[in-house]
Write a protein that binds this ligand. Structure first.
Ligand code: GDP
Ligand code: MG
Length: 296
């Protein structure tokens, strides 16, 4: 091949590196208890990734503070290792008085940026800094069919400048198709009116192709999802689903809910971008602020 330099081998070189080192991916789930956060995480990764924390039952007394738990697992597929950390935030907004209930969550997010920053400015810098920064925050909206609560708006507004927020409608099997459509539209309108920039943010579309791909996603948000970690037999195939008196809600069937859309978006098309936006935008904002505080 005359004149071939071999620039295109970079892809293979990157593949080899990634195979060797693996990568970190950190998801945070936020929402009232009982909205199916733990179940959805298990559905996403089809294993017991986020076990119910010991001793925590729905009718237990709700603790006064938001207790944040990060659980890590190494998952492997096709020889690629991903260290997945799920940050569970039980009981967000469960209290009568929810003033400042986003504080512990915001604090956790910033602490991870701080950790990364400390490692970066170390004289003996690690070859690879462990990344615990939250790459996306899945916000669970209650399937009320009415409006967003002011708490929902307040949380997303405050946090959208420090983390990638992906709003979803929880337990959407509890609404009819029409209710679901209407609710999705209403939520989108309310998010827009409140000026909430969820992920993927318009301002970070890099070109027309990006814009058209992301426009489709933005029009589908908030994804109306159903979660389950139980398998059933449907037409000779084993599927994840919820068995009801009327039939089985198939979690991965796009005619039943938008779980598959969320999964494909989160893992198959935008995982790398979530990491890049976290590093280049959210972390950068934090870093600039911190270095300014210290007089540059
Ligand atoms: P968390 O407190 O937000 O972590 O909620 P869990 O994942 O523990 O789920 C609480 C309850 O809701 C459990 O009984 C789940 O089986 C149920 N659940 C979870 N996801 C769904 C869903 O998509 N639809 C319905 N109808 N129930 C769900
Ligand atoms: Mg839970």
């Amino acid at each position: 091949l005359l004149g071939y330099i071999g620039i295109d081998t970079i892809i293979e070189q990157m593949r080899k590196k990634t195979m060797k080192t693996g990568f970190d991916f950190n998801i945070m789930v936020v929402g009232n208890s009982g909205l199916g956060k733990s179940t959805l995480v298990n559905t996403l990764f089809k294993s017991q990734v986020s076990r119910r924390s010991a001793g925590w039952a729905r009718d237990d007394k709700i603790p006064k503070t938001v207790e944040i738990k990060a659980v890590s697992h190494v998952l492997e597929e096709g020889g690629v290792k991903m260290k997945l950390t799920v940050v569970d935030t039980p009981g967000f907004g469960d209290l009568i008085n929810n003033d400042n209930c986003w504080d512990p969550i915001s604090k956790y997010i910033n602490e991870q940026y701080e950790k990364f920053l400390k490692e970066e400015v170390n004289i003996t810098r690690k070859k690879r800094i462990p990344d615990t920064r939250v790459h996306c925050c899945i916000y669970f909206i209650s399937p009320t069919g009415h409006s967003l609560r002011s708490l929902d708006i307040e949380f997303m507004k405050r946090l959208s400048h420090s983390v990638n927020i992906i709003p979803i409608i929880a337990k959407s099997d509890t609404m009819t198709i029409e209710e679901r459509l209407e609710f999705k539209q209403r939520v989108r309108k309310e998010l827009e009116m409140a000026g909430i920039e969820f992920y993927p943010q318009k301002e970070f579309d890099e070109d027309m192709e990006d814009k058209s791909d992301n426009d489709k996603i933005r029009e589908a948000i908030p994804f109306a999802v159903v979660g389950s970690d139980k398998e059933y037999q449907v037409n000779g195939k084993r599927v994840l689903g919820r068995k009801t008196a009327w039939g089985i809600v198939e979690v991965e069937n796009p005619n039943h809910c938008e779980f598959a859309l969320l999964r494909d978006f989160l893992i198959r098309s935008h995982l790398q971008d979530l990491k890049e936006v976290t590093h280049n935008i959210h972390y950068e904002t934090y870093r600039a602020k911190r270095l300014n505080e210290n007089g540059g």
